[in-house]
Design a protein around this ligand. Sequence first.
Ligand code: AMP
Ligand code: GLY
Length: 432
Amino acid sequence: MNVLIVGNGGREHALAWKIAQSSRVDQVFVAPGNAGTAEDAENVDIPASDIAGMVKFAKQNQVGLTVVGPEAPLCAGMVDAFEDAKLRVFGPSRVAAQLEGSKVFCKQILRNADVPTADFHVFDRAEIATRFIMERYPSETDRVRVVVKADGLAAGKGVIVCSQRHEALDAIERIARVREFGEAGNQLIIEDRLDGQEASVLAITDGRTIVTLPPAQDHKPALDGDTGPNTGGMGAYCPTPIVNQENLAWIEEHVLVPTVHAMKRGRTPFRGVLYAGLMMTHQGPQVLEYNVRFGDPECQPLLMRLKSDLVDLIDATLDGRLDQLEGLQWDPRPAVCVVMASEGYPGSYERGKVIRGLEDAARLPDVKVFHAGTATLNGKVVNNGGRVLGVTALGASISEAKRQAYAAVKCIRWDGAWCRKDISDKALLTPQ
Ligand code: AMP
Ligand code: GLY
């Protein structure tokens, strides 16, 4: 069988690498891919936004399965287009993908399903949102604990965590008046701010049955100690002790199952990867957001640990027989992924710097360097995005995996390369 993977990040490289290992797969295509996917699979020059182009390619190349990596094509209806063309495709439909594409939709599902989440209010006019803040916090010096969120997709930038009144007012201004995030700001949410450690719990669902994957933890802020601006994720590890077995069972029962049922009841049945972004608060886990795809970079350490055939898991999902699937096999060793980024990221950065040392890193045992923002230029691998590589390693413990990942990072260099130095250290705060 030929498989097509849509996207060009570290997540898609990990998917291509894992799926290429399946004995049932002949050829893996990645569209548009990066320099790493060109090595482990074959790149196809179609942008992830070109739904018609993807369908045409799949038809012409006997593609028996398509896996859509990023949220934008899912929210734009890529899965619906493949299904209309009678092609097998893994991911939620356009309406189900609203769980990520519309924060208002997501909060309403959570509220209907009685899933724990921060209290929230929805606004479609800036004046009313502003009045709400002014009434709730009459003094400029009041201690403010709110998060202001644009409703739609804003590449992770439409969420503003506020501790002062002027920050909340400014966030409303940016989202609803200046329209910094365009149509994503047609509606906005103001919700209570939660405290705790964040965790990512991903599950695969066919709309009825849920297979929960081991919990992972991302590191969203750019700098060590969780400081600096937010990014797409500077590193991740799996499993995380922050979510123990008991918590995981609770999350399955009180978060994932009711959500999948609510989606079914609402006639937007969900099939694909359901990714709960959780805050582990003193009152228990609460949902911050849902994503409708594998996390990036969480996918990299997750798939590095998965021993079972991912294609079998996806097939069972598409055929609605996840209830009959044998339990997944996992490498007992934890995995840590350190993201190496371009100078300037998450702001602007230069591209085209030659990356050296990839072969040396690849020679280290239990290491896989997943590419994200890379391209090939004159036969050399160069940086072509903000997050460039996801250097991932397995180890006997989280600390060992961390050590090995950073040993691989040390082999790799380009002008301006940097990474966080403390990926997975948060695990050490929790007794294991
Ligand atoms: P979201 O896209 O909704 O996950 O938000 C992105 C990031 O904003 C999360 O990973 C959290 O770090 C932060 N965040 C979102 N909602 C809240 C909240 N209610 N309380 C505290 N932090 C939040
Ligand atoms: N790592 C966060 C995300 O994939 O959205």
